[in-house]
Design a protein around this ligand. Structure first.
Ligand SMILES: *[C@@H]1O[C@H](CO)[C@@H](O)[C@H](O)[C@H]1NC(C)=O
Ligand SMILES: *[C@@H]1O[C@H](CO)[C@@H](O)[C@H](O)[C@H]1NC(C)=O
Length: 737
């Protein structure tokens, strides 16, 4: 096989039948939506008639849903899947091409030794150091924005342990290569390692874990350890998290002939960096840390490929690195590829995935649909970058052909000199008057800087890739309580909506630079927050009207009932089919519907309000997550698939109010109809509203349980239940005009 003229990856579209079928379906829905709109326009109650204003409100909500639905077509219209060849995976062709393999820099970012325990961080680092890749071409950087000597200490321990761990992994083809995950999974392991070696390495790991954990609990590094490594001298009395000099330590110098593992093989380089922080300079959060890493690494290792991973996300596949090279090294399409983004997967999801942390439909179809228009959303973790694209270079066809050009390493200088020089690059003042944070590196000034950065890279002409291999490349730690989950979604929806309102709005910024489908694809997520109020309206007002005896939908026997019924049923059946196709269960789909409703009526509402309030120049609502540490009871409930409330939060009040109000409206409305002795005719008139209220009630059954039945600590706090009861009753009494 001529290696050079064969593509290294393939792009597969959905089958033709499926694409055509989808398009017919989409058009039929569009017709339905059009008819719903015309029904609303033609039947507006006259001035003075009951329900005129609520009618107009409902029409506005339906206009919005129709518009949003059109936007979401972009992520279904043109789905593509990417598959790599085994070119860099099978050993013979790998060894023949060893020279060609690019240098790779891996950036791991951590920000806080309490929220992100050092023990977790080093497991991530170890899993990445153990990539099946020539160690002399691999450099792992840990950026510690917490500037914690505990994290540095843990990294030192990890560097010692890696000398045993990496050869062990290579010898026994261990997967996954995060020791914690490996030894947890190994309970059900039937063993290719000999028992003796296995126990030896396990003991080493347990010992290290014990030392790291006890130092973390103590909150300081033992004195005798501090004396052994001169690196600790940097943490003198003046150093605090927000005010310190740059600390740069080369923990393992891969070029040093003495830095070898127990089998005598060389090791990847390992670098610790805490960039300078001073109270008077904005540090720009993770984007600032990434930019400092980009500059520092450009002096130390200058890898052509940069992998960026969050510290709670370990590698689940030691071949991932070689696998993605198929994209970057492809002769034809490779040179234009700026980054390869992996989906977010979690090791920590339970059977029914109660919070829908892994949204399989989004991962398998929607993001692949964005890719169909030549784009991928850069999510800030699990992403391989081409250094020059990340550094702000525009794509031009002249770049082609240069891809195998090796960037000269500055071998002649000693590592000490290099490190000394690099420190300046991580100083607060370095970026002043430069394009860093604007045209170069990650962009500043937005909570979801990754997404904007990705968009900007695409607008410079690059084509990223979304890659969702069968076996997940990275596994993260999913939020295990409802509030954590909702606050996370609030932050995302807020950041995305902020992008929409800024000059980086995909429709403006991307105009003429990226395809319309891609602009729309971005807006599916940018407009999450805007769904909040229409949804809130839809789950409250029709029920309220029902209670007040005002009909808002066509009668069942009317011809106008058809488009409503069709759009509703067809959309839901389609989403169910799609979910089943992505290997969700029926129950998972039902859970997802609940979570979608909850997110829209809580996270997105606050995300929307905060964004608007900020645009107007006021300060925003503050959310404090009280319980970050999950206790045993709570984690047991999580495993059993029970929703976790427990704390009081305005989000839960909204949630409970909606649930209670719909229950009251349903019961109250039905009683009222019976008392008045109304016949089939009237029932027919209110069927749609009864169905809406009924569905909201059905989907909220776990919420009622949490309020009235459960006795555990994760139940709805009594104060929230009472407040919501009051709100729900007040809503019932609201008069309508
Ligand atoms: C991680 O990779 C292993 C293969 O080594 C695979 O069996 C497993 O399903 C992956 N984990 C998850 C959570 O997908
Ligand atoms: C999820 O992760 C947390 C923290 O790492 C852990 O305490 C919990 O047991 C995990 N849960 C599951 C279901 O794996």
């Amino acid at each position: 096989m001529g290696e050079e003229d064969v593509g290294l990856f393939v792009t597969v579209e959905e089958s033709k039948v499926r694409r055509v079928a989808y398009k017919i379906f989409a058009v039929s829905i569009l017709v339905g939506i059009g008819m719903i709109w015309s029904y609303r326009v033609c039947n507006i109650p006259r001035t003075g008639e009951a329900g005129r204003w609520v009618w107009l409100g409902l029409f506005t909500a339906e206009l919005w849903f129709g518009f949003y639905w059109i936007i979401t077509q972009s992520v279904r219209w043109n789905i593509v899947h990417r598959y790599t060849t085994t070119f860099f995976k099978d050993t013979p062709s790998l060894s023949r091409n060893r020279e060609k393999l690019p240098d790779v820099d891996i950036f791991v970012c951590t920000a806080d030794p309490v929220m992100e325990p050092p023990q977790l961080v080093i497991n991530t680092v170890l899993s990445l150091m153990a990539y099946d890749y020539p160690p002399e071409k691999l450099t792992v950087y840990l950026s510690d924005d917490g500037c914690s000597d505990l994290t540095f200490y843990a990294l030192l321990e990890a560097s010692h342990f890696s000398k045993h761990w990496i050869p062990f992994c290579n010898k026994f083809k261990v997967e996954p290569r995060s020791p914690e995950a490996f030894f947890t999974e190994m309970l059900k392991f039937n063993g290719h390692a000999s028992g003796e070696e296995w126990f030896a390495i396990k003991r080493l790991y347990e010992d290290m874990k014990k030392r790291v954990m006890s130092a973390t609990e103590l909150g300081r590094v033992p004195e005798e350890v501090r004396e052994q490594h001169k690196g600790f001298s940097e943490w003198n009395a003046g150093v605090t998290k927000g005010d310190h000099q740059t600390i740069l330590q080369i923990v393992i110098d891969g070029r040093d002939p003495n830095a070898v593992d127990v089998e005598g093989a060389s090791l990847p380089t390992l670098v610790y960096l805490a960039r300078e922080k001073r109270p008077q300079y904005p540090h720009n959060f993770k984007a600032g840390a990434m930019n400092a890493l980009i500059r520092v690494s450009s002096e130390i290792s200058k890898g052509e490929i940069i992998l960026n991973v969050d510290c709670d996300m370990y590698s689940n596949n030691s071949e991932t690195l070689r696998d993605v090279l198929c994209f970057f090294m492809d002769e034809v399409n490779g040179p234009q590829i700026s980054y390869v983004q992996f989906p977010q997967n979690y090791y920590n999801v339970t059977e029914n995935d109660i919070y829908c942390n892994t949204n399989k439909v989004v991962n398998q179809l929607e993001l692949a649909g964005v890719d169909g228009y030549g784009g991928a959303l850069y999510c800030g973790t699990g992403c391989f970058h081409r250094r020059e694209a990340l550094c702000g270079r525009k794509y031009s066809s002249e770049c082609r052909g240069q891809q195998n050009r090796k960037i000269e390493r500055k071998e002649e200088r000693s590592i000490g000199e290099v490190a000394e020089k690099c420190k300046v690059l991580a100083n607060c003042t370095y970026e002043r008057g430069t394009q860093w944070g604007k045209e170069m590196g990650l962009m500043y000034g937005c909570p979801v800087e990754d997404i904007i950065t990705g968009l900007a890279i695409q607008c410079r002409g690059w084509k990223p890739i979304y890659y969702n291999p069968e076996r997940p490349g990275f596994l993260g730690n999913a939020p295990t309580s409802l509030l954590q989950h909702l606050v996370q979604f609030k932050r995302w929806s807020e950041g995305m909506f902020q992008i929409f309102l800024s000059k980086y709005c995909p429709f403006l910024y991307g105009k003429g630079r990226i395809k319309l489908g891609l602009q729309m694809g971005y807006c599916v997520y940018c407009l999450w927050a805007a769904n909040s109020f229409p949804t809130l309206y839809y789950v409250l007002v029709p029920s309220l009207c029902f209670l007040n005896g005002i009909s808002m939908f066509p009668k069942m026997s009317s011809i106008w009932f058809l488009p409503f019924a069709y759009v509703f049923v067809a959309k839901n059946v389609y989403s169910l089919v799609e979910a089943l196709r992505c290997k969700n269960t029926l129950e998972e789909w039902w859970n997802l519907q609940r979570m979608l409703l909850i997110r829209r009526t809580t996270s997105f509402v606050f995300g929307f309000v905060d964004t608007i309030v900020r645009q107007l120049g006021f300060s925003q609502t503050a959310f404090v997550i009280t319980t970050k540490v999950v206790d045993d009871e709570a984690s047991k409930r999580y495993k059993q698939g029970i929703l976790e409330f427990g704390a009081s939060s305005p989000m839960f009040t909204i949630l409970a109010t909606i649930a209670l109000f719909n229950l009251f409206a349903l019961v109250g409305g039905v009683i009222k109809m019976m008392v008045m002795g109304m016949g089939v005719l009237v029932v027919e008139q209110f069927s749609s509203q009864i169905i809406i209220a009924g569905l909201v009630v059905a989907i909220n059954i776990p919420v009622y349980e949490a309020m009235f039945i459960r006795k555990d600590k994760g139940r709805m706090p009594t104060s929230t239940t009472i407040t919501s009861l009051v709100f729900a009753l007040l809503l019932c009494l609201t008069p309508l005009y």
